[in-house]
Ligand binder design. Structure first.
Ligand code: UD1
Ligand code: MG
Length: 451
């Protein structure tokens, strides 16, 4: 098959009043990414070589996100909300030159898959127009698909339907694919209906009148779920997580309690990764083969090399790069820092804006003091260095390769390789003073009691 040009039109003008939010609906997140991002990725993965995003007026945030997520996309403003056909026509500048295939998608249906979009395009080889249908448990307000054999003859919006038409269970999921040659037909759509809107769905009847082949592709109800309120947002999130967990396991990861692990849209796991219960992957995490992420860890923007052990109770923040076989233990936070091969920070530490060399050991309670209230500074810890417990490394500072930092030190000057740095008051023992001190305190207490 010759490569067919493909224009995806994403309607993202929904106000989302039922979200009760200051944020436009399509910007609400599922799996750590705005819903619009999911739809853009599905369209791109299905081979869209052109993309048009239709936003509402005063939707600067949506526009900015669309430009960033899809630099190839054109953004169009639908100034008035006059219906789905009117919304598609707002993108008319993207119609030339006419593409072979057009798919119209909704920005508030984040679970749409590449596979379904590809299946729609495949059906377009034989049909002129293909509507994505589904059979919801409750057909409620969905447009009903009226069939004549395999030909779809009309989509009837509920408000315009007769009782017999309302009884139809096969419904319009909202995604429509058609040949680019049908684009001029959009202008013939009128607004004589119960809502006084220009309905994109009327394209079906117009195509029938022009003797075009109009087909239906049935989708899974879960995949076409649209989000209109917070409960539906949570339902979409649950479906996203279920799919992400299945994908992780299919890719060779062990999830001990899958239902307690949360992924982001871009989480990447290698093979033989074990994830213990109650782990959260925020956006931007890549995990190599053979890594163990132990329970109750929270990771975002982190890269973990093969064989490392993270957790339990670790926190990896953006810019954490954990090397092969390194260990990051309980209550250890790493931010914008590389921890090289085999290095260990097993308990209660903060490593921020730093580089920890291979095989170094960071003791319990050691921290980098990276922030002075105004700016951030770097801490360099050499390979094989040993940072004693409860040390404070005041950045900018360098601990040389193989150096030792004595427990409880406040290090504010560089330590040369192989040296021992102790920066704490020397201990003084005074024989017999313990007993004397106690006697003196008891005497004071007795005097106070007497009055
Ligand atoms: C639409 C379909 C219906 C289908 C249902 C699936 C039409 C006429 N009806 O109904 O057959 O079963 O979706 O969810 O298409 N939009 C704009 N500008 C507008 C109007 C709508 O951008 O002027 C966008 C909305 O933000 C939304 C989408 O288009 O993302 C659908 O619009 P909506 O008003 O929700 O249509 P439904 O009544 O749900
Ligand atoms: Mg709707």
């Amino acid at each position: 098959m010759a490569k067919r040009s493909f224009l995806a039109i994403i309607l993202a003008a929904g106000e989302g009043t039922r979200m009760r939010s200051a944020i436009p609906k399509v910007m609400h997140k599922v799996g750590g990414d705005p819903m619009l991002g999911h739809v853009i990725r599905a369209a791109r993965a299905a081979g869209a070589d052109r993309m048009a995003v239709v936003v509402g007026p005063h939707a600067a945030a949506v526009e900015a996100f669309a430009v960033k997520a899809a630099p190839e996309a054109s953004v169009h403003v639908q100034a008035e909300r006059l219906g789905t056909a009117h919304a598609v026509l707002a993108a008319r500048k993207a119609f030339a030159p006419p593409p072979d295939d057009v798919i119209v998608l909704y920005g508030d249906s984040p679970l749409m898959t590449e596979a379904t979009l590809t299946a729609l395009r495949k059906k377009l080889i034989k049909a002129d127009l293909v509507v994505l249908g589904f059979t919801p448990a409750d057909p409620a307000g969905y447009g009903r698909l009226l069939m004549n054999g395999r030909q779809l003859t009309a989509i009837r919006e509920v408000k315009d339907a007769t009782p017999e038409e309302r009884a139809v269970r096969l419904c319009n999921a909202g995604v429509m694919a058609f040949r680019g040659s049908l684009l001029p037909m959009l202008r013939k759509i009128g607004n004589i209906n119960a809502k006084g809107e220009y309905y994109l769905t009327d394209l079906v009847e117009l195509a029938n009148r022009a003797k075009k082949t109009v087909a239906v592709l049935e989708a899974d109800a879960d995949e076409v779920a649209g989000v209109n309120d917070r409960a539906e947002l949570a339902a979409a999130e649950a479906l996203f997580q279920r799919a992400a967990r299945a994908k992780a396991m299919a890719g060779g990861a062990t999830l001990i309690a899958p239902e307690t692990v949360f992924f982001s849209f871009d989480t990447r796991l290698g093979r033989d990764v074990t994830v213990e219960p109650n782990v959260i992957f925020g956006p931007g995490v890549t995990v190599a083969d053979g890594v163990t992420v132990r329970g109750f860890s929270h990771l975002e923007g982190a890269t973990i090399a093969a064989g490392a052990i993270i957790g339990p109770f670790s926190r990896l923040r953006p810019g954490a790069a954990i090397g092969e076989e390194a260990h990051i233990g309980n209550f250890v936070e790493v931010k914008n820092a590389a921890v090289d091969k085999g290095a260990k920070a097993n308990h209660l530490a903060y490593i921020g804006d730093a580089h920890v060399g291979a095989g170094a050991n960071i003791g319990a309670g050691a921290i980098t003091c990276n922030y002075d209230g105004v700016s951030k500074s770097h801490t360099e810890i050499g390979a094989g260095a040993f940072v004693g417990s409860n040390s404070a490394l005041v950045a900018p500072v360098t601990i040389g390769d193989g150096a030792y930092v004595g427990t409880g030190s406040v290090i504010s000057q560089d330590v040369e390789p192989g040296a021992l740095a102790i920066a704490r008051a020397r201990q003084v023992n005074k024989p017999g003073y313990g007993e004397k001190l106690k006697a003196a305190k008891l005497a004071v207490k007795a005097a106070v009691k007497k009055g």
